[in-house]
Design a protein around this ligand. Structure first.
Ligand code: SAH
Length: 432
């Protein structure tokens, strides 16, 4: 199974290549040498990743062609929007109608959406977001892999199970060889075209070691590499970019500076934001977002979180629910409702309809196993599978009993692909 469809190069346009997929033209940044018109490539997250031999590309395309258009049709059917609902207020319907036409909503209108509690109204909000997702992104859905390379962390955030202050967990740090082997398996054996490398803020790897790991992955098994090592320092972001990392996954957690300080044992939000801005300047694809359900966080805060994500030029939104960990200061704090998370996803889609890729987070799936499906039908179009070696997976214990903690990579892939197909989604990344 592949997570990107081979495309044929039609033209070159400065640093971009124009790629044809069954008649649809897409653009991707090209950093590969020696490409020519007529070559087949994989592209992911807007980057050309690798050239593929023509025979191989043609045989993959032959398999895809049969299902590609069928899937699009299923998706189109599931995305139809009918805004006639007697049980929903005229004002709410008017706002959704405006959103569905792509018009910008006012802050007051957005607040009405995020404060809504009535079920039929929320159903329509989710459907509107799904309609917009289909309209702008068709049925493509990115499937990325994540390797959690270490659970050491020098931070002491109140919500997080791997915080430095938690003395009751087993710490692990994969060796460079273990990381390379996990990346090889994910890319070469399982077909992933995009991989996130994540850890706590771990001083155990030098920046040169991290850069070397990225370089080795890129040389041996071409893929789009995202880093998620926390705040590595602005200069180090450049070093990792030069090594070949092209995405930064770094949540700002909350856009409310007071709340951020309170839940991160006194850290300053401005430092996270500076990293995100610097990453964008350097050319990284930015993935950010926040935690939903922090103590004293209100609906205005959540709306500001979405707006900040857009302001930071995020190409991918990552919002997940807080889930309590018994060995943290927030051990007694409840998780938010699944519906609150779906609301944030749907409003993110409405606010940044044409650009955003929106992730279904593991934390949301942990709250409710059916939530991945619900989120994909509420504006989301991206999933991340955990490809950390199984013996370490449960040790990345930011909260207990994470979804997919003990599932093999094969089982996760089969599950995800089965669900995507049932919703008419292609496990590919065609959008730029
Ligand atoms: N060191 C990296 C990665 C941290 S772990 C960084 O600083 O970005 C990845 C994410 O897990 C965090 O950004 C946080 O939003 C989330 N997380 C931590 N504890 C959590 C909890 N108890 N419930 C849900 N998500 C949590």
């Amino acid at each position: 199974m592949c997570y990107a469809i081979p495309g044929k190069i039609e033209a070159f346009d400065n640093k971009m290549v124009v790629v044809d997929y069954f008649g649809e033209k897409k653009k991707a940044y090209n950093e590969l040498d020696g490409l020519s018109i007529g070559d087949y490539i994989y592209a992911q997250g807007g980057y050309a990743i690798a050239k593929i031999p023509e025979d191989e590309a043609k045989s993959i395309l032959a398999v895809w062609k049969e299902t590609f258009f069928e899937l699009q049709e299923v998706d189109l059917k599931l995305s139809r929007l009918d805004l006639n609902q007697e049980s929903v207020s005229g004002e709410f319907l008017r706002i959704l109608d405006k959103a569905s036409e792509g018009k910008k909503l006012s802050p007051d209108e957005l607040l009405i959406l995020i404060k809504e509690k009535n079920k039929p109204a929320l159903e329509l909000l989710f459907k509107t977001a799904n309609f917009l997702r289909q309209k702008h992104h068709k049925n493509s859905c990115c499937v990325h892999g994540i390797i959690e390379i270490s659970n050491y962390c020098r931070c002491n955030c109140d919500y997080c199970g791997i915080a430095k202050g938690n003395k009751n967990i087993t710490r692990y740090r994969l060796t460079c060889d273990q990381i390379l082997e996990a990346a090889r398996q994910a890319i070469q054996e399982h077909g992933f075209k995009a991989l996130v490398l994540q850890s706590g803020q771990d001083a155990g790897y030098s920046i040169e070691e991290l850069a070397e790991i990225i370089r080795k992955i890129k040389v041996n098994w071409p893929a789009l590499i995202f880093i998620s090592f926390g705040e590595v320092g602005l200069d180090n972001l450049k070093i990792l970019y030069d090594a070949g990392a092209r995405g930064l996954l770094l949540r700002f957690e909350t856009s409310n500076p007071k709340l951020y300080k309170q839940v991160t044992a006194g850290k300053d939000l401005s430092s996270r934001i500076a990293h995100l801005k610097k990453a964008y300047e350097l050319g990284y694809m930015v993935i950010t977002g926040g935690l939903i359900g922090l103590p004293q966080q209100n609906e205005e805060d959540l709306l500001n979180d979405i707006l900040l994500t857009k302001e930071l030029h995020a190409q991918m939104y990552s919002f997940g629910p807080f889930i309590m960990h018994p060995q943290t200061p927030l051990a007694k704090h409840p998780s938010p409702e699944v519906e609150t998370v779906l609301k944030v996803i749907a409003i993110s889609r409405i606010i940044d309809a044409a650009n955003a890729k929106i992730l279904v987070t593991t934390a949301l799936e942990t709250l409710n196993p059916d939530a991945r499906r619900e989120a994909l039908l509420s504006g989301a179009n991206s999933v991340m599978l955990n490809v950390t070696p199984l013996e370490y997976r449960s040790l990345y214990n930011i909260y207990p009993a994470r979804a997919h903690e003990s599932e093999s990579i094969e089982a996760q892939i089969n599950d995800a692909i089965g669900l995507l197909m049932s919703l008419g989604r292609s496990p590919t990344d065609l959008s730029v």
